[in-house]
Design a protein around this ligand. Sequence first.
Ligand SMILES: Cc1cc2nc3c(=O)[nH]c(=O)nc-3n(C[C@H](O)[C@H](O)[C@H](O)COP(=O)(O)OP(=O)(O)OC[C@H]3O[C@@H](n4cnc5c(N)ncnc54)[C@H](O)[C@@H]3O)c2cc1C
Length: 493
Amino acid sequence: MHTSEKCDITVIGAGLLGCFVARSLREYNLSVRVLEAREDVCTGISKANTAIVYTGIDNKPGSLKSELCVRANEGFDSLCTDLGVPFSRCGSLMAVFGPKGEKALIKKYNQGVENGVRGIKLLSAEETHSMEPGLSSEVTASLFVPGTGTVNPWLLCIAAYENASDNGAEFLFNNRVIQMERVNGGFRLVTEDNEFFSRAVVNCAGLFADTVRELTEKPLVRIFRTGADYFVLDKKAEGGVSHIIFHEPEIGKKGLTLVPTTEGNILVGPSDRAASEYPDEADVNGLVQLEKQCKEVVPKLEINKKIRCFAGSRPNTVLVKPEGRRYIKTDNKIPDFSIFEEAGLFSLIGIKTPGLTCAHELSRYLSAHIADYLCCSEINPEFNPVRKPIIKTSELTLEEWKKLVQCNKAYGQIICTCGKITEGEIVGAIRRGAATVNGVKRRVGSGMGCCQGSRCTQRIAEIIARELSIEVNEVTMDGRNSYIMRGGVSCEV
Ligand SMILES: Cc1cc2nc3c(=O)[nH]c(=O)nc-3n(C[C@H](O)[C@H](O)[C@H](O)COP(=O)(O)OP(=O)(O)OC[C@H]3O[C@@H](n4cnc5c(N)ncnc54)[C@H](O)[C@@H]3O)c2cc1C
């Protein structure tokens, strides 16, 4: 077993929260190490969500969620500029179909005003249809929230990771924490092959944050998953929307959400259903429910132009209490962001919506607290919040592209024909940490067009194999056992 040098803080998990926490901690003079179970960042909850940057109208006034969400939303343009991530402040309409929905609109409106959210407006049916002609003629009113936006959660997470890493945070992948104990002056953490020591630990283990906490603490809170299905429409699908649409149904609890993504597709979802054995796979009943709602809310939307469906998992939290040898659920849910602080162990458990919106602000809030706990609030004068994004050849002028190809021929070789993504960009993604075909996709958008990777997956796998000096049949789609070509490659490419 290899023992690493002691650091100030170990962060467990490299999803949105782990990456942003590591980045914020480096704003102080603190040494930071991130241990991630998987081969890359952004493989958990952060990879499958609704991608919305909320304003705070949904959160209870006076809560930590509302405070952080309002602040996060206001600062999102500047955060994305620093990190080189596209952000679209397209605004949202919450559309309703009758008196129950209208009552909910007024409640949200008042809550938004109390939380200080700017520019929100209640709209009549006519005003709503003039802004979104594709909405059903049965919509009776809506709430317009100009500050709502959308961001690609993969790029945001990857950008936070790269910037944290550039600022000196050490990321170690394929290091699942399986044991943790309190030792003099901090913690000892054990992964399969390594042991680590640190003064404090931040547990950002997403769906497993309860299990990680229980490596040293008594059970107090447990995560119970539910599933969420989504589908994505081709950019060519007609009848789309230009605002994010939330729908408050008259019957039933869960409405539909439609998001015009920063890439130009429409994202539809999420459903709400019991967790399944295969958490990454969409459930057919969930998808049927979404389609039915689409027909009611945006009747002319071409939902037959689906190019992808996927699923996410919600980490719902419930407080538990001992009963005999077991721990059982109590009726107490946790309404706000829950940060458990236990003598140097800081656990973020069950951070659901608006966790993507608030990842940066929540991390700053927590990091200030941790710096205080470690008596080291000294600011790191070398911290640089700016990250250089990956070159996107499709955004260059012909002249700029030509120049680039003169310097590096790989930028002249198109691999993903749908997205016009070149070998140079794919190599860039791998050099920045992509280890799988989906790791490349999350960085440069390959395989996201209408062919969904059927033309480029094999080529990308070969480039990964070449760059990482491994055999092509060792390359996976998305880590673990998702081998693409086990048994050898059968055709020339
Ligand atoms: C369905 C859904 C929709 C959502 N939509 C939105 C939205 O539109 N807007 C918004 O603001 N928020 C949204 N959210 C919330 C947001 O997505 C989450 O708050 C955020 O992604 C949580 O990130 P995380 O870092 O906590 O978890 P994760 O991304 O799951 O990261 C946890 C990491 O910990 C690693 N790990 C686990 N155990 C260990 C271990 N023992 N050792 C080492 N590593 C470990 C995992 O491999 C993983 O990489 C949504 C959430 C869900 C579920």
